[in-house]
Structure formats: C-alpha cells, structure tokens
Write a protein that binds this ligand. Structure first.
Ligand code: 1HE
Length: 265
C-alpha cells in the first residue's frame, strides 16, 4: 500500500508531528492557492491515504494571505475544456472533498483572506472552520459566468441554507466577521486561526481514533439517509464504537470518580 510519506506533493505540503497532528498546507500562494487540476489530484491522493496513516487530526492551512481563490480560472481559460472534460474534473473535486468529509479523520480548516468559490467548497469539506479578522467568504461563480462544481450545492447550502447560497451567487455578497459566523460559514472567529486550529486538533486527537472516525464519517453518511435508516446505522455504529476496548479505561475512570466532569469554566 502507498504511504503518505511517499507522495510526491508539489502544491501541497504535509508535516506530521510526533502526536500525529498533520498540517496540510495549500502551497501555491503566488496563485492565491487556486485549485488547478494537479492540486486536486494531490488532495485526492493525500486524503485517500490519510485515514490509515496513523494521523489523528489534520489542520488544513494555507501559505500566503489567502486561504484559497477557488478554481484555477487561468488554467480553465487556457484548457478551453469541453463539457465532458469539466464534468470529469468536477468528479475529481468531489472525490477529494468526499475523502475529506467521509474519511473519519478530523479536519480543521484554519482560514484567512479569501475563501471563495472552490476555496469555500474546499473549506466546507472540513469538519470545523475557523476564521480570523481577514477571512471573507464569497461565491463569485455568477460574476465569472460559471457555476459551482465542487460540492457547494450540497455543503455550502447545508451550512448557510439555500436562500443565502443563492443570494451569494446572484449578488456576489461577501460575508466576513461575526456575520459569517452567524450564518454558519465558520464556527470560530479568532485572532489567530492557525493557533486555534492546532489547539482544537490536539484536543480532538485525545479521543480514540474509532470514536473520531464515527464523528467524522457517520454523521455525514447519516445525513444522506432516511431517518429510519439513519437510526439503524447509528445503532450499528454505536454498537461498534461504544464497546471498543479504548473506551473501557475512560468509563472506569468515570465510575471511579477520577474522570473530569462536564462543567463550564
Ligand atoms: C488566480 C486565481 C484563480 C488569483 N485562478 N489564478 N475564483 C475567483 O473568482 C477569485 C479570483 N481571485 C481573486 O479575486 C483575487 O485573486 C483574490 C481576491 C483571491 C486575491 O487578490 P490579490 O490582489 O491578492 O491577487 P491577484 O493579483 O488577483 O492574483 C495574484 C496571482 O494569483 C495572479 O497571477 P499572476 O501570474 O498574474 O501573478 C492571479 O492570476 C492568480 N490568481 N486567483 C487562477 N482563481 C469547481 S468549480 C469552482 C468555481 C470557482 O471556484 S469560481 C471562483 C473563482
């Protein structure tokens, strides 16, 4: 089996620390981290191998002042793609983002600057989004004469609702600051999104990997099911996760009254 260490990454950078926290960096700052076809393939490769790599949590970050400017418009212009070509390209975007959302490893996006178009589609495939004061969100597809193709109709609509997404696309509306949090585009607004992302990644990495696998795959799968099937699947997943050996010590600590209680600070 291929290992993440063997990947030949050019537009992404991967660093994994001793605690199994991976920093995945979008590393094409000169092009504002626009997603060209090669970067999408690197995302597919990386997030396909990640779930069985021993990595316990991921911080997805970017080089330069902007998180991601979306589809590489210059490549798209130069390639002058036909409908089938672009459809297949979009399927690769979906492959990458589905590997992220359903892969079972917590992914925390540290956002800054532009999180626009396909960049917002990428951020929406993470499990937690953290914004800073520079972060802004938009879907400029309309003004470019394009449409979303990387899952925004599913994930962005899920975050903000259909009406807000249509408004963003029709009017070019930009969300930032507290308003972006209020509409659901990110869950945290902080001074330093990378520091906060690392803090949350370290906290999540304390959980048993099987528990995080359920949180970061089962919930998404269950959203795609009928309530009846989701309840059944939930019971099956809980049957496996809630009887795992890794949980025994934690349950014993609670029973012995040595475990932390759940209380606000
Ligand atoms: C790019 C791209 C890109 C920058 N494709 N090359 N996305 C957009 O409509 C957003 C387009 N980008 C921008 O609005 C701005 O670039 C930013 C606000 C993100 C940053 O502005 P700025 O002033 O810092 O940078 P810049 O001068 O505009 O760009 C610097 C370089 O990055 C320049 O390249 P250079 O070789 O001339 O130096 C730009 O061409 C390049 N660059 N953004 C390609 N997006 C699956 S469908 C998804 C559909 C969409 O995502 S549509 C939304 C596309």
């Amino acid at each position: 089996m291929r290992r993440i260490e063997d990947l030949d990454l050019k537009n992404l950078r991967l660093d994994v620390d001793g605690d199994g926290i991976a920093r995945v960096t979008l590393d094409r700052a000169a092009k504002r981290n626009a997603l060209d076809a090669a970067t999408v393939e690197e995302l597919v490769d990386l997030f396909s191998l990640l779930p069985r790599s021993g990595v316990r949590a991921v911080v997805l970050r970017a080089e330069g002042p902007h998180f991601c400017a979306g589809l590489d418009l210059v490549e798209h212009f130069k390639e002058d793609r036909d409908p089938a070509d672009f459809m297949h390209l979009c399927l690769r975007w979906h492959e990458a983002f589905n590997k992220m959302e359903y892969g079972g490893v917590p992914i925390i996006a540290a956002l800054k600057g532009a999180v626009v178009g396909g960049g917002l589609e990428l951020a929406s495939a993470a499990h937690i989004r953290i914004a800073d004061a520079t972060t802004y969100f938009a879907l400029p597809e309309g003004q470019r004469g394009l449409f979303t193709g990387g899952g925004a109709t599913i994930r962005v609509a899920d975050l903000v609702g259909k009406a807000r997404m249509i408004d963003m696309m029709l009017t070019g509306r930009i969300y930032q600051g507290q308003e972006a949090i209020d509409v659901g585009l990110a869950q945290y607004l902080v001074d330093d999104s990378e520091a906060k992302a690392m803090e949350l990644a370290r906290a999540a990495a304390q959980h048993p990997p099987l528990t995080n696998f359920a949180i970061c795959s089962a919930i998404s799968h269950m959203q795609n099911m009928s309530a009846l099937d989701a309840a059944y699947a939930e019971a099956v997943v809980a049957g496996v996760v809630n009887t795992q050996k890794d949980a025994r010590g934690r349950l014993e600590a609670f029973a012995n009254k040595t475990a932390a209680r759940v209380k606000p600070k």
